[in-house]
Ligand binder design. Structure first.
Ligand code: GAF
Length: 388
């Protein structure tokens, strides 16, 4: 049974500082830390100006940085041999590729936002599982932004946090080419320990929701079906949502209701829109239920959410469906797939005493069906980005 340990931030930062100094012969002056996330409800609603309820994981990406006198940027990773070097201007669209687009692209976006970006050496250590739908990309972007802004002498106040979210979204959409919606960067930067973050993408308002998880564990299962956001499936869903809004004559599906959606001519576009409208309507009741310990409501709405993603939005897969069904059969209060879909992870609310049984049941089912062995982690609601 594989379990993914987030590690201790101080230890990870100390090890990263040592690796940085060995590589560059000079100490890092800042280490930024930004978490991955698991979303509890509100999937694909962010780019439809809807509601989401993610929480930050204890698993994070760490970025060590030191200034360079020649103005150049160099990025490297403890996990991947690919590196990138260039100027801030060269770090924009069409420049860095692969993982370096997410890291270097942030510096380009910060410069575009008016920040006097210094030359820097950056070394990152990613502890968010990759391709697991747990937002390793946003964690990478936000950790780099926090480290570089510290090198630039900027305090991480409320305005700077907003700047980080916007710059990281630009890096992701314009440099890395993943047309995502902003939930991941927002929660990575604004999350508070012990709470999920309710975000309204129509008004940009955010509110921490303290979770009543007494006697319950949030168990995340990475199906090991790798999920990518810049390979077409995500963009196709977004295009369908935009087509639906255009046909209904509304600026976004947040302004649509089910009666109107029922009249959409194309069956696929109608189903996509139905998911968005029903999913947005589930967010506030789930937030309320998780804050008050109302398990029945969470059970019912998680089940409806998963079915909607499987049947209407068509972003689930056999492994996710199995992880969700088996978790509930083995004693979870509620379970659903989480994140962008096309693979990635499920999230289950499990009574503490059933956690081992649920993990074992999922592992057994995956082995029986010839799926790759899944990995599990415990999602303790953690704090957003900062310096370590
Ligand atoms: C991915 C995206 F990055 C988010 O913006 C969001 O749309 C999510 O998929 C689905 O809810 O994580």
């Amino acid at each position: 049974m594989t379990s993914l340990d987030p590690g201790r931030p101080e230890q990870i930062a100390a090890d990263l500082r040592a690796a940085f100094e060995e590589r560059h012969g000079t100490p890092a002056v800042a280490v930024g830390r930004a978490p991955g996330r698991v979303n509890l409800i509100g999937e694909h609603t962010d780019y439809n100006r809807g509601l989401v309820l993610p929480l930050a994981l204890p698993h994070a990406t760490y970025a060590a940085a030191a200034p360079r006198s020649d103005g150049r940027i160099r990025v490297a990773s403890l996990q991947d041999d690919a590196t990138w070097e260039g100027t801030v201007a060269e770090a924009g669209p069409g420049g860095p590729q692969g993982w370096t687009a997410y890291a270097a692209g942030v510096l380009w976006a910060l410069a575009e936002a008016g920040v006097d970006v210094p030359g820097v050496d950056l070394l990152v250590d990613g502890r968010v599982p990759l391709g697991a739908g747990l937002s390793s990309s946003a964690a990478l972007e936000c950790s780099v932004a926090v480290a570089v802004l510290a090198v630039a002498g900027r305090e991480l106040d409320d305005a700077t946090r907003r700047l980080v979210i916007d710059a990281c979204m630009r890096a992701e959409t314009e440099v890395a080419g993943a047309p995502t919606g902003g939930m991941d960067q927002t929660v990575s930067v604004l999350a508070e320990e012990g709470s999920a973050l309710l975000v309204d993408f129509d008004t940009d308002e955010t509110r921490p929701v303290a979770l009543d998880l007494a006697g319950l564990t949030l168990l995340v299962t990475d199906t090991r079906v790798s999920h990518e956001l810049n390979d077409g499936g995500y963009a196709a869903r977004r295009a369908d949502c935009e087509a639906a809004a255009a046909e209904l004559g509304v600026p976004s599906l947040r302004q649509a209701d089910l009666a109107a959606v029922d009249g959409i001519s194309d069956e696929r576009v109608r189903a996509r829109a139905r998911h968005i409208v029903t999913e947005t309507d589930r967010v506030l009741p789930v937030a309320e239920a998780l804050a008050t310990g109302d398990r029945d409501t969470v059970e019912r709405l998680f089940a409806l959410s998963h079915a909607s993603m499987r049947d209407d939005f068509e972003i689930s897969c056999d492994e996710l469906d199995a992880a969700v069904a088996v978790a509930v059969e083995a004693g979870a209060v509620a379970a659903r797939m989480t994140g962008g879909g096309f693979g990635g992870s499920s999230v289950a609310l499990v009574p503490d005493e059933r956690v081992e049984a649920v993990r074992r049941a999922i592992d057994t089912e995956f082995a029986l069906r010839g799926f790759a062995a899944p990995a599990h982690l415990v999602a303790e609601p953690s704090a957003g980005a900062g310096l370590v």
